[in-house]
Design a binder for this molecule. Structure first.
Ligand code: PLP
Length: 401
């Protein structure tokens, strides 16, 4: 594997500014041009084991034959007509999402941030005059102004204020703080079942059930942002199913169409009763190409595969623990959403570049969390390659530390 990766001699030298694109991202200095299964190939023929899956967007890896076939068939039939029409294709996907969530109605959009925007609007519409939504510190719900304002992180607000009003923020995993923040204007609580972008923060076991209880007692909606955690990623179809709570609104995006842009909001009947034509919309939402991929994704998400996600995630965590690096302070997350917390002397971004140098792509969250979001289709052999690379790369960059 390492030979195939063909070491970048010095990744820093290879890193270059894009001549044409806005400088919104710090990009890895490789140019992937082909993908197959759990591997990416760059323009110089190097091979990489993909343990970030386009930030949790390609759970079935690259070029999955069945998803590709479904998309190709749809490409040959019809691409887009807008939501002016009844669509049996959208109905088919919606019914799969309804049975997976045990909720009642679906709205399609194109991304995670749009699903947050829709959830905010639906909650306020239902609230009929109440507007305030309680969110959590460290949360990430998207980058458009509503979802940015719903996200409890100063670092992503900076330079964009004033925020959209109507949000208050409480510490994550703090039930009392939620209770204390409720006013007569509060309409909903929005929360990620596991905070992804801010470091794979897993709350205590009953957090969501306790939130559910508080919401019921105060006539509030519980909005769960499953954009990153949803559709099998944590080893359950939805992360809230670890606790068996029933949310009022669930937002979904990322892995739903294995790389094609699609988002969805699934609501309970009481929320959907408040929604009438003209209240919300999206020209591209539920486009047929992405929907055809998503129907196949839902079919492929079998109980066995989701169990494989659970087992594989645990196996990866066990191996990392067994290496005994003292600078690793915690290995957290569920299923194949894993965060490795290093002590603050270790820069996770530097470590991620070292991995890239050795042919394995991982991500980071915050300054000192290494983030693993491998595809669900990874094999034992690929896990072994990852483990070997993990051990040797860390040994090389931080020694036994
Ligand atoms: C939990 C969560 N919500 C919302 C979003 C925003 O999704 P998108 O980038 O598709 O707009 C993300 C993206 O990382 C996310 O992790």
């Amino acid at each position: 594997m390492q030979k195939e990766a063909g070491l970048l001699t010095d990744y820093r030298l290879q890193s270059k500014e894009s001549p044409n694109l806005l400088n919104c991202y710090k990009r890895y200095p490789v140019n992937p041009i082909r993908g197959e299964g759990a591997y990416l190939y760059d323009d110089e023929g190097r091979k990489y084991l993909d343990f970030i899956s386009g930030i949790a967007v390609t759970p079935f890896g690259h070029q999955h034959p069945e998803i590709k076939k479904a998309v190709n068939e749809q490409l040959d039939n019809l691409w887009h007509v807008s939501s002016l029409f009844f669509s049996s294709l959208q109905e088919e996907l919606a019914s799969k999402l309804i049975s997976a969530t045990k909720l009642d109605k679906v709205f399609f959009c194109n991304s995670g941030t749009e699903s947050t925007e829709a959830a905010i609007k639906f909650a306020r519409k239902w609230g009929n005059g109440r507007s305030n939504i309680i969110s959590t510190l460290g949360s990430f719900h998207g980058r458009t102004m509503g979802s940015l304002s719903a996200s409890g992180q100063y670092k992503i607000w900076e330079g964009f204020q004033p925020l959209t009003p109507g949000f208050s923020y409480v510490p994550y995993n703090d039930i009392n703080a939620v209770e204390y923040s409720i006013t007569s204007d509060t309409v909903a609580v929005i929360v990620e079942p596991i905070q992804g972008e801010s470091g794979i923060n897993v709350p205590s076991e009953n957090y969501l059930s306790e939130l559910r209880e508080i919401c019921d007692q105060n006539d509030l909606l519980l909005i769960l942002d499953e954009v990153q955690t949803g559709l099998g990623r944590t080893g359950k179809m939805f992360a809230y199913q670890w606790e068996d709570v029933k949310p009022d609104i669930v937002t979904i995006a990322k892995g739903i169409a294995n790389g094609l842009p699609l988002g969805a909001v699934v609501c309970s009947e009481k929320v959907s009763d408040a929604i009438t034509p003209g209240v919300h919309g999206s020209t591209f939402g539920g486009n047929f190409i992405a929907v055809s991929a998503a129907i196949k994704v839902m079919e492929l998400l079998t109980d066995e595969l989701i169990q494989h996600v659970q087992n594989t995630g645990q196996a990866i965590k066990n191996s990392i623990y067994s290496f005994g690096f003292s600078s690793i302070q915690d290995i957290r997350g569920k299923g194949l959403m894993i965060g490795i917390l290093f002590d603050k002397n270790v820069n996770a971004k530097e470590i991620a570049l070292q991995f890239l140098n050795h042919g394995v792509i991982v991500g980071t969250a915050g300054d000192n969390v290494l983030r693993l979001l491998p595809p669900f289709i990874i094999t034992d052999n690929e896990i072994e390659i990852f483990n070997e690379t993990f051990y040797s790369t860390l040994k090389e960059s931080i020694g036994n530390y």
